[in-house]
Structure formats: C-alpha cells, structure tokens
Write a protein that binds this ligand. Structure first.
Ligand code: HSE
Length: 349
C-alpha cells in the first residue's frame, strides 16, 4: 500500500526520516506492505518542492549534504511545481500524511500548530515530533483529527522513537495508568551524570552537552526544566486523559545543583535526577518537574548519560520501566516512521 508523504522541516529529524525511508524501503514493502512516496518538502530556510510523481530521496539527501537549496532538485522525467512555504505546500499537495518536523516553540506552539490544523482540515493525517503543538493543543488537534476521520500521532514528542505511546496504546492496553514518572531530558541527565562520574563542573558539563548536540537551541529549556515540563504535560493529557496546562505544572530545574550536592548525595547512597512526574488522584492530575535524590535501588537511578526512562504505575501490571534514547537523528526519525506504520496498520484493518 503506498502513502504519499509531505514533509515540513528538513533539518536533522527530517533528514533522519528520509535516510530511514531510503535505507529500509525494501524491508518496509516486503515485511509490512508499506511504501512511502515523498511528494512534497517544505523547509522555511532550505526551500520547498512539490513533485506529485515522487521525489528521489537519495538525490534530495545528496543535495542537502552539499548545502544546496531544496529548490535546486531536478528530475527531467517528473514535473515539479512551485510552492512558497509549508502552508502553500499543504494546500497544493494531495499527500496522505504530513510529517510535521519544523522547529519547536514550547511557548506558542507556532508555526507548527497552524500547519497541523491546515493539514487536518484538508484531509491529511499528521505525524509529528514537535513538542509545542502537543503540549499546548493536544486535545484540540486530536478532536479535529477525529472529526475528519484522520490521525494525529505524536510518538516522537517524548523519548524520540522509544515506544511510549505505542506501548500504552497496545502492549499495556486495558490497564489504568495511575502514575508516570521518569527522566525526560537527556541534557540534564548527561550533566548530572558527568558531575557525579567525572567530577565535572555544571557549566563544563552543559558546554559538553551542547557540543554533543543534546541541548535545545536555548539550553535554558533543558536546565530549567521547560523541556521536561512540555513532555510531562503531553503524558498527562494523552496517557492519563487530563487537560493539564503548562502553567499548572510545578517546575524546578537543575541549575541550583552543585558538584558538592551531587557528591554528598552519592556518599549517602543517593543520586540526583531531574524527575518529571504526573499522577492521577481522585480524578485530579498533578504534574511536576524537579530534581530529586533517588535511592540507588530505584531503576531510574541507574539511567546515566543522555538516556531517558519512564516508569508507568498501572493497576494490572504494577510498575513497568522503559529506558531508551530520548533524542537523535535516526531515533527521532524512527518515531515518525513508527507513527506512519500505525496509520498503515489502522488502514489495513
Ligand atoms: N534537548 C532535549 C533533551 C532533546 O536533552 O532531551 C529531546 O527533546
């Protein structure tokens, strides 16, 4: 079964997705009867392209690797059409699925939310790893999708392609999830790990996290807990059925924690972690982000470096902990593929 794909945002994650679609196309066709035809791409900085008969992904990746604009793409056999920006692309394409991978703005959710609304209003499924729209407007966007018989899927917004929503939707189906808590920001976990294991100063560890590409463009979002806050709001609203607003979440970051605090905790048999938590009590949901000293026996205490982890407390299965990547080009690119495959499974059934 073939799906026409429109891609918004062709940065790290967009290119990760394209690499996967190129590398695994035969496997996806043979094992899952899934074929992706890339018909449109629009990136605010790199340009736009609409080729209804299909874009040669390898050729496009080659252009991007050479730093050329997307508009430089040519295929003598397949006509290309002018598009000016993502909204124009959504209007003109007949894509089945829009992969929305533009930059994250946790404060406004724009311009991504506008793109998603337009895609859903024009009959296209949407898959995204963009935390802004999911944290601020999940209910609205999910309702709009439902009304139009479409899907709005967000696996990549929390823990990249590590299956959080897929796990709860299928593997843990039938459970009531009472609490979700974990490590949802790789940058801060990396900093705390480096301070403990290598005796690094906070500022040096942060500089290294930035150099390795873990941190957000503005690392305040990481160290002051805003990134983890957006993710715990998403989990509250999607997994616990809440309607939590970002302003309702108590938040403390890790900038006040020193190397001395980390060493003192270690000497007492504890380890600092930035813990995001959401719990349902008497129908009310409370969410928070704060540094906590965990006993070393807690599975979350053993999660080091830029890894993420989540513990789900369920009524039938008790506590289940998953650990995995929270970011990365291929890992987040995979989250988009996994959501496309979920749409495909739904369509087949
Ligand atoms: N800056 C984020 C982190 C990236 O450190 O986890 C993934 O959302």
């Amino acid at each position: 079964m073939e799906y026409k794909i429109g891609l918004i945002g062709c940065g790290t994650v967009g290119q990760g997705l394209l690499e996967i679609l190129d590398r695994k196309s035969e496997h996806l066709r043979d094992a899952y009867d899934f074929e992706a035809r890339l018909v449109a791409v629009s990136d605010k900085l790199k340009g736009s392209l609409l080729v209804p008969e299909g874009i040669d992904i390898r050729k496009l990746l080659g252009l991007l690797a050479e730093g050329k604009p997307i508009s430089a793409y040519e295929d003598p056999k397949k006509p290309k059409y002018e598009v000016s920006d993502p909204l124009d692309m959504i209007e003109k394409t007949d894509a089945d699925i829009i992969a929305e991978l533009s930059y994250t703005d946790i404060k406004t959710g724009e311009p991504a939310t506008g793109y998603i609304r337009k895609a859903l209003r024009t009959g296209k499924h949407v898959v995204t790893s963009n935390k802004g729209p999911a944290a601020l407007h999940y209910r609205d966007l999910a309702d709009l999708a439902r009304k139009n018989g479409l899907q709005f899927r967000i696996e990549g917004t929390v823990m990249s392609g590590t299956p959080v929503f897929h796990l709860c939707e299928s593997g843990l189906a039938g459970n009531d999830i009472r609490e979700v808590k974990g490590i949802l920001n790789g940058t801060t976990n990396f900093i705390l790990s480096k301070m403990e294991q290598d005796g690094m100063e906070y500022s040096d560890a942060l500089a290294l996290a930035q150099k390795l590409g873990y941190a957000e463009a503005d690392p305040t979002a990481d160290v002051e807990g805003f990134d983890a806050l957006a993710k715990i709001v998403i989990l509250s609203n999607v997994l616990l059925g809440g309607n939590v607003q970002t302003s309702e979440v108590q938040r403390t970051g890790i900038s006040g924690i020193s190397k001395i605090d980390v060493a003192a905790a270690k000497a007492a048999g504890f380890r600092y972690k930035l813990i995001a938590r959401t719990v349902k009590r008497d129908g009310k949901i409370e969410a928070s982000v704060s540094p906590q000293k965990l006993p070393l026996s807690d599975p979350l205490a053993g999660v080091m470096g830029a890894q993420n982890a989540l513990t789900f407390d369920t009524d039938l299965m008790g506590k289940i902990t998953i650990q995995g990547a929270g970011a990365g080009k291929i890992e987040t690119g995979y989250s988009i593929l996994s959501d496309m495959l979920a749409i495909h499974r739904c369509k087949k059934n």
